[in-house]
Design a protein around this ligand. Structure first.
Ligand code: PMP
Length: 366
């Protein structure tokens, strides 16, 4: 992990001296299944429509700070009003802004790791303390009683559904109970929500729980990780706070144009999402066939995102061999607390999934 130079450690704010930057561990490879992107081409006609929208976008004017056209389209989609929506430069910016606005010194964020490591990173940037209710070591299920008890003391909670990297979905009832228990705001990060079974989104609680914030992104199901666009849905006064502290022009004109086009054409993405869901089940059975003989050192968890978590003996060696001998990049979590010997594999196109299964078969046979 890169460390700041001694000179910088003396100059940065004291709480940043030991900061460990988020590392996506990227190496160029023929097949990249490491970052949970959508590896499929955009649906027919979408790229052309995006290109047209980009070509028609003047570059000499500042963007609409609040992305109001996009907000209106998102609001219509989700059955809310513009005042319930704030757009950001990727979900990451909104996560950071969540901590910036509502966290800080003296406040506590409650998380349930193993989860998305950016939560703790943004907490450390904003001097927010982190309280952790670890998931069950074997199943990675949430420990509901402990979570509810800790939520009472927390200023903020972030839960992920489907969770990255374990893939499980939060129940709507538990989300409601956490919202009732927590005196502050509860964010449910649904970055991978479109890949989960219908009826699992906690969005239906927005009317009932005025402390609920639901996070979405166009980076995953909608195949636009490169444009950096995410959004939150929440009560109007929560959105006002997000709006008040944001970098005013963080969502640039090209991003707004590309995002608006994708959201208007959202129906065109349904077949891709369906294919990814069925490829996920195919990959799951393929991985099960490979890991079952290795149990308990080998395991794979059924998940509802566009990725699967798999445990293999000597996972970091396997990951390295996939990269160096097969030019396939997957994510190594074997160093992460609670995820010993775990790799996370993004569900790709059929030929990419076949390639990773074949390569693993070869490696594990040795
Ligand atoms: N939440 C989760 C759980 C994620 O895995 C990611 C991306 N890896 C994000 C939020 C942020 O995505 P983006 O910034 O691309 O919108």
């Amino acid at each position: 992990m890169t460390q700041l130079s001694e000179r910088m450690r003396a100059l940065v704010q004291p709480h940043l001296a030991e900061i460990e930057p988020y590392d996506p561990a990227f190496t160029p490879c023929d097949i990249n299944l490491s970052a949970n992107e959508n590896t499929y081409p955009l649906p027919e006609g979408v790229r052309e429509a995006v290109d047209e929208a980009l070509a028609a976008t003047p570059l000499n004017r500042y963007p609409d700070p609040m992305s109001n056209d996009l907000r209106d389209e998102l609001a219509a989609w989700h059955g809310v009003v513009r005042e319930n929506v704030c757009v950001g430069n990727g979900g990451d910016e909104l996560l950071y802004n969540f901590l910036l606005a509502f966290g800080g010194a003296g406040r506590t964020l409650l998380t349930c790791p193993p989860d998305f490591s950016e939560y703790a990173f943004f907490a450390s940037l904003t001097q927010t303390a982190v309280e952790r209710v670890w998931r069950d070591e074997a199943t990675y299920g949430l420990r509901c009683e402990e979570l509810l008890a800790a939520a009472v003391q927390a200023d903020l909670v972030i839960l992920t559904s489907p969770n990255n990297p374990t893939g499980d979905v939060l129940s709507i009832d538990l989300a409601r109970e956490v919202c009732a228990a927590c005196p502050g705001l509860v964010m449910v990060d649904e970055a991978y929500g479109e890949f989960a079974d219908e009826g699992t989104s906690v969005e239906c609680l927005l009317g009932e729980c005025d402390n609920l914030v639901v996070l979405h992104t166009l980076s995953k199901a909608f195949g636009e990780a490169g444009i950096r666009c995410g959004y939150v849905l929440a009560a109007p006064d929560v959105i006002e706070a997000f709006a008040a502290i944001r970098q005013i022009y963080s969502v640039n004109v090209l991003t707004q144009a590309a995002a608006l086009t994708a959201v208007r054409k959202r129906e065109a993405f349904a077949p891709v999402i369906e294919t990814i869901r069925s490829e996920r089940e195919r990959l799951l059975s393929g991985l099960r066939a490979l890991t079952e003989p290795l149990a308990p050192q080998g395991a794979v968890w059924a998940g509802q995102g566009n990725f699967l978590l798999v445990r293999l003996p000597q996972a970091s060696v396997v990951r390295q061999r996939l990269r160096d001998e097969f030019s396939i990049l997957v994510r190594d979590f074997s160093y992460a607390p609670g995820l010993e010997d775990c790799l996370r594999i993004t569900v790709g196109m059929p030929e990419e999934n076949d390639a990773v299964l074949d390569a693993l078969k070869t490696i594990l046979a040795e």
